[in-house]
Design a protein around this ligand. Structure first.
Ligand SMILES: O=C(O)[C@@H](O)[C@@H](O)[C@H](O)[C@H](O)CO
Ligand SMILES: [Mg+2]
Length: 402
């Protein structure tokens, strides 16, 4: 099955998405997600200007050889742009191989390891009371696992909390600047989870994302303070460039730790997994080199009882969600899948066969990963530059992790 053409489709049905479409001489096409929030055109150019010329004429069945060619052949290895581009090619080739076999993708990975995929939803509120209401609303919607994020008294905007309706962090023609105070956040968050756990009872899994903002000792303090509320995980407790920071957190708390949505290769994950400094690895298809590389990360994690917890925010396209659900259906050391429902406009551009049902998701049985793109509709939503916000410390303006 020869690759005859490939093109990059950039569209913005409410937010930007980058999709790679590979065509073959057998008339089959494959899709991969290449969306990197706030740097979309960098990946589009990497694909258009540097990758696609190398793909034409290759055998689409040689997924591994093409992966190695794009990884080692670039000389400049790893990084979010490179690995998102490789991920898109890899995902599209797995989609093609499954379509050529007439099988849903999970069958090519090793078949079904579970009947359904546990997911967690996002409950966000402007304050504790509103967040409790949102958690209860999500429980009513059938979620068995719910992430809670709330506004922090004294801070105008914080990660994860929209201002009414759909939460989309990327905004503006330049990055918006948010104030941050770890002290205010640390004073507030234990009270948030005391109220949420009290309201929702012991059964519902509760999750929280500290979003890279705490120092290691502050993260240890928060993990310890949250122990009475038995979180499923505390995510991105501290920036993970220094994996050793998680060793310090580990010394102080039994709150499970999750990290990895910003990782783009096995090498980012290795020490954290081998030292058992984390409990869940958050890498997913679009940013960690595709299905081929994500399998390698999961296999290493399995040796150390670390489970998967794929990233699944709305700035990852339905193509990534579809592929991730097939991965989740197969992977033996599955933990949980993040599920932020896309907008109707996005879902119209990306017809798909996966579905949500009572706290779980089900990938479809369509050959491939089960997601397509309506190119005519996508063309009606041209790219709109948007950036993720930046954070500055409220007391002196120091630039901080957002
Ligand atoms: O866990 C999460 O879902 C977040 O960390 C993401 O929403 C993250 O902020 C975005 O993907 C950034 O583009
Ligand atoms: Mg996160």
């Amino acid at each position: 099955m020869k690759i005859t053409a490939a093109r990059v489709i950039v569209c913005c049905p409410g937010r930007n998405f980058v999709t790679l479409k590979i065509e073959t001489d057998q008339g089959l096409t494959g899709l991969g997600d290449a969306t990197l929030n706030g740097r979309e055109l960098a990946v589009a150019s990497y694909l258009n200007d540097h990758v696609i010329p190398c793909l034409i004429g290759r055998d689409a069945h040689q997924i591994e050889d093409i992966w190695q060619y794009l990884y080692k052949g670039a000389y400049w290895r790893r990084g979010p742009v490179t690995m998102s581009a490789i991920a898109a090619v890899d995902t599209a080739l797995w989609d093609l191989k499954a379509k050529a076999a007439g099988l849903p993708l999970y069958q090519l990975l090793g078949g079904r390891s579970r009947s359904r995929v546990l997911v967690y939803g996002h409950a966000n509120g402007r304050d504790i009371e509103h967040t409790v209401d949102e958690v209860l609303r999500h429980r009513e919607m059938g979620f068995l696992a719910i992430r809670a994020q709330s506004g922090v008294p004294g801070l105008d905007k914080v990660y994860g909390v929209g201002h009414g309706g759909f939460y989309e962090p990327a905004d503006g023609s330049l990055p918006s600047e948010h104030d941050w105070s770890s002290e205010k956040y640390l004073r507030h968050t234990p009270a948030l989870f005391a109220a949420v756990r009290e309201a929702v009872g012991p059964e519902v899994h509760l999750l929280h994302d500290a979003h890279h903002r705490l120092t290691p000792i502050e993260a240890a303090r928060l993990g310890k303070a949250l122990e009475p509320f038995h979180l499923f995980w505390l995510e991105d407790a501290t920036p993970a460039e220094n994996p050793q920071a998680f060793a310090l957190i580990r010394q102080h708390t039994t709150t499970p730790l999750a990290v990895g949505e910003v990782f783009n290769s096995l090498w980012d994950c290795k020490a954290l997994i081998e030292q058992q400094w984390i409990d869940y690895i958050r890498t997913t298809v679009v940013h960690a080199g595709g299905i081929s590389h994500l399998r390698r990360i999961a296999d290493l994690a399995a040796l150390y009882q670390v489970r998967t917890g794929c990233h699944g925010a709305t700035d990852l396209s339905p193509v990534c969600m579809g592929a991730a659900l097939h991965f989740d259906t197969w992977v033996p050391n599955f933990g949980i899948q993040e599920y932020m429902p896309h907008t109707e406009a996005t879902l119209e551009v990306f017809p798909h066969d996966y579905r949500f049902e009572q706290g779980f998701m089900h990938c479809g049985e369509t050959p491939g990963h089960g997601v397509d793109i309506d190119e005519a509709l996508a063309a009606r939503y041209p790219y709109q530059r948007a950036y993720l916000p930046v954070n500055r410390l409220q007391h002196d303006g120091t630039l901080w992790s957002w």
